[in-house]
Write a protein that binds this ligand. Structure first.
Ligand code: FES
Length: 368
């Protein structure tokens, strides 16, 4: 029995492990569920067989779930660090009235298998590394997850960085990863400063109180102007941070924020609904090579919406051209695409399109 366990551990830690590749096998197995706070849990996954997970701290992954018989895609930032590549972890807050987070909290358990796509995302501390090693990580609520991946990476690599991590929570009981942040803050070059709006039952908060303000930022980070700033949180929080930095005269080229927040978005189904007066008189043939399906798509309908209407199950999440989940190779044909930053110009130049926000201008062949 012990020998078998040793073999198991040896296989998991084999440095020559192949990378987990969602194109080849998109299954992730839930290995553990951890309660972080009263309404936040971390879900830990790995491939069916040992795999290395390679990603940039700050990137997200799209879960491709079937909930009550319906296909649902949802993006979650990876909270774990690529320095611990054998597992991948997502931390989610239970949003009452939501579809995915209550399902995850109530039903997802170790041993369950899900499908996932990714990782992807431009918001990361690799592509936007600080030239002088100074970082300011700002998060609120469950926006802490990309910052935690960055913080864990900086910590594990023991780089000569100067990281200041300001996290806003409602109360001390709502501070996610509180103990781990305190532990990391024992290392030189890492400071964690939680800010709470109010006390929690049984604990009076003695740290910084209220909401982040410019005087508060300048007090904890007198060298604010020298730092690379990353922010993630609800839209009003990030709007406030942006306004403060602009007011301070900060170089906004060194400011990076998670550009979408799925909690703030309307349901995807609404985004994928056909337009009220769509013109079915003009349609184009759209062939999906991997799915081996060809469908008719009205000229004024987005390709993804038409594929959904035809019963196809294609990866998507925001359905607004934001997240990049539906990015696909356009093998032939022409589209009119109106995205919101989910695709880079060089990807467009290479023939990629976001099918959620692309309407056909001709018959199409899409590598999906
Ligand atoms: S589903 Fe998010 S960009 Fe298309």
């Amino acid at each position: 029995m012990i020998a078998a366990r040793r073999l198991h551990v040896a296989a998991e830690l084999d440095a020559r492990l192949p990378e987990w590749d969602a194109e080849a096998d998109d299954v992730l197995v839930c290995r553990a569920v951890r309660q972080e706070t009263h309404d936040v849990k971390t879900f830990v996954f790995s491939g069916r067989s040992p795999r290395r997970h390679s990603f940039k701290p700050g990137q997200f992954i799209t879960l491709d779930l079937i909930i009550d018989g319906r296909a649902v895609n949802r993006c979650y930032t990876i909270a774990s660090s690529p320095t611990r590549p054998h597992l991948i972890a997502m931390t989610t807050k239970r949003f009452a009235g939501g579809v995915v987070s209550p399902w995850m909290h109530d039903r997802l358990k170790p041993g369950d298998e899900i499908r996932a796509i990714g990782p992807m995302g431009e918001f990361n501390c690799v592509d936007h590394a600080s030239a002088n090693g100074k970082y300011l990580l700002l998060s609120a609520g469950s926006g802490i997850t990309p910052m935690m991946s960055m913080a864990r990476s900086f910590h594990d690599l023991a780089l000569e960085t100067d990281v200041l991590f300001l996290h806003s929570a409602r109360s001390p009981a709502d501070i996610i990863y509180r103990a781990e942040l305190a532990l990391m803050a024992r290392s030189p070059g890492f400071r964690a400063v939680p800010i709470c709006e109010h006390d929690s039952l049984g604990e009076s908060w003695t740290g910084l109180r209220g909401r982040v303000s410019l005087p508060m930022l300048q007090m904890v980070a007198p060298d604010l102007m020298e730092r690379e700033v990353f922010a993630c949180g609800p839209a009003p929080y990030m709007a406030g941070i942006r306004a403060m930095l602009v007011q301070a005269g900060f170089d906004m080229a060194r400011y990076h924020e998670e550009s979408f927040n799925f909690d703030d978005l309307a349901p995807v189904d609404a985004a994928l609904a056909p337009p009220a007066n769509w013109d079915v008189a003009k349609t184009y043939k759209v062939e999906f090579t991997k799915s081996r399906r060809t469908i008719e798509v009205p000229a004024d309908m987005h390709v993804l919406a038409a594929a959904r209407a035809a019963g196809m199950r294609l990866p998507s999440s925001c359905a607004r051209g934001l997240c990049g989940t539906c990015k696909s190779k356009l093998v032939s044909g022409e589209v009119s695409m109106q995205h919101q930053g989910g695709i880079r110009q060089r990807e467009i130049d290479a023939g990629m399109v976001l099918i959620c926000c692309s309407k056909p201008l001709s018959d199409l062949v899409i590598d999906r």
